[in-house]
Design a protein around this ligand. Structure first.
Ligand code: TTP
Ligand code: MG
Ligand code: MG
Length: 448
């Protein structure tokens, strides 16, 4: 039997990687109980890797005296917990908990101020090692990423599962921290899996078991279902994914708009999103230089709207989103003003970009005549976590649903099939002299 075409009856040891021909509970070679066995173990290729109690583990690595102590990373007494080691979690300490509460739960904890520079360095080290496994690494945050390992068998002379187990061991040996691995056939379930057995976990969710596995899970397991949306679902009597599995797609969409479709698909383990590398661009923006300088609100707002739509189109096309909206103005005397605002979540929606840009623009309408207006987004990430439903501003959610509907019409009938009230008939009066698109290192601060 070749190493790249394994029999699913044969598991392997996560510690010494030895294949296990017999169904023993401990490794025949090293005695470790950490044996991996799964019907689809050698067929699955999508992985999610997340470091365990990341900041705390790095601190424990650097100070062996902390090994057996509960450790909390966070700001001063009035701050919140960034993370806590698993020992402190036994006492109930959690990320985002106010520090005073955490210390009440675990008074003996050692509190350490975050050293972001160090964590960022370690995060990059981990990422570099991930990139040795496959070029398809999609970072999600400082301590986690998706990896697509299809087609890497020949390179590593191993199926993805064993490559990943070797990776986890290497991280422990060479960096001195631990990770948990989730392996599945899609991103959603790979991410769910990596969380199942933390710390030092390795969980596998196969296609055959997906629906059954999801049935009893809480709805918050689904990507994009945060506390607020879960409360909305609960009001409708829905708390478990199994209930969503029994609902019609149309019904879910009528009730919850665009996210209804996501609920329908993900509850059935259907997730077509591919793993893709982060876009190398640092920002996406568009700007217009006018023939005549403008100070009037109406003209500038119309141009802002149409540029926001342009930026949004390009984000959507690349499946990316930005979390900081940047407005750029150049006055008649060539002075550049850039204003930016960071959003709670990344966005790729024209409506959110426009409204954020508008609130920035309003403050600059002081009679100054402008010769250039630009809008863009930076802090780019994948669109996976962009634009959760806004439960405070339900109108914004409605507009987001409408925007997605308009996108569909435009995909089908062309860009001019729909015009919004802001841009309708106004394009000509603004007479843009030239439009510029920019995708690349942030250039907004320095001007043209
Ligand atoms: P997470 O991966 O969410 O958490 P974690 O690595 O600490 O623990 P786990 O084993 O459950 O994965 O976040 C990574 C780091 O990001 C974390 O170590 C600290 C930081 N962080 C915050 O600063 N605030 C937060 O609310 C969260 C969730 C994380
Ligand atoms: Mg983590
Ligand atoms: Mg994480």
């Amino acid at each position: 039997m070749s190493a790249i075409d394994r029999d699913p009856d044969i598991g392997f040891c996560r510690d010494c990687l030895t294949y296990q021909e017999e169904r023993l509970h401990r490794c025949a070679h090293c005695g470790s109980p950490r044996i991996l066995r799964h019907d689809e173990l050698y067929a699955l290729t999508v992985a999610h890797i997340d470091c365990d109690a990341f900041y705390a583990t790095v601190e424990k690595r650097d100070n062996p005296e902390l090994a057996d102590k509960p450790v909390i990373i966070g700001g001063g007494r009035r701050g919140v917990v960034s993370t806590a080691c698993y020992l402190a979690r036994i006492h109930g300490v959690r990320s985002a908990m106010p520090m005073f509460k955490a210390l009440k739960a675990c008074p003996q904890a050692v509190v350490i101020k975050p050293d972001m520079e160090k964590y960022s360095r370690v995060g990059k080290q981990v990422r570099r090692m991930m990139e040795e496994l496959t070029p398809l690494v999609q970072p999600i945050s400082i301590d986690e990423a998706f990896l697509e390992l299809a087609g890497t068998q020949v390179l590593h002379r191993n199926p993805p599962a064993r490559t990943l187990a070797a990776f986890a061991r290497r991280i422990e040996d060479e960096i001195g921290i631990t990770v948990s691995v989730g392996l599945s056939y899609c991103k959603f379930l790979a991410k769910v899996a990596s969380d199942l057995e933390k710390p030092r976990g390795f969980s596998v969710i196969g296609e055959a078991e997906a629906i059954d596995f999801l049935k009893d899970m809480p709805v918050t397991t689904i990507w994009g279902v945060g506390k607020a949306f879960a409360a909305t679902l609960e009001r409708d009597g829905i708390t478990r994914i199994g209930q969503l599995q029994e609902m019609e797609e149309g019904d879910l969409m009528r009730r919850y708009g665009a996210i209804g479709q996501r609920l329908y698909r993900l509850s059935r383990g259907e997730d077509a999103r591919q793993v893709h590398t982060r876009d190398s661009a640092k920002s996406v923006s568009a700007e217009t230089t006018f023939n005549n300088d403008h100070a009037d609100r109406e003209t500038l707002v119309a141009v802002l709207r149409s540029l926001s739509e342009k930026v949004s189109r390009r984000l959507k096309k690349s499946d990316i989103a930005g979390q900081t909206v940047v407005l750029k103005l150049k006055s008649a005397d060539f002075k550049i003003r850039t204003r930016n605002r960071r959003l709670d979540d990344p966005t790729c929606l024209a409506d959110r970009i426009f409204h954020t840009g508008l609130s920035l623009l309003e403050k600059e309408l002081d009679g100054t005549k402008y010769r250039l207006l630009g809008i863009g987004v930076s802090d780019l990430s994948s669109a996976d976590l962009a634009d959760p439903p806004d439960l405070v501003d339900t109108k914004a959610t409605q507009r987001a649903v409408a925007e997605r509907a308009i996108d569909k019409v435009r995909d089908k009938f062309g860009r001019d099939a729909v015009e919004t009230g802001y841009t309708f008939g106004r394009q000509r009066s603004a007479r843009p002299q030239r439009d510029r698109d920019a995708t690349g290192p942030k250039s907004g601060q320095t001007g043209d």
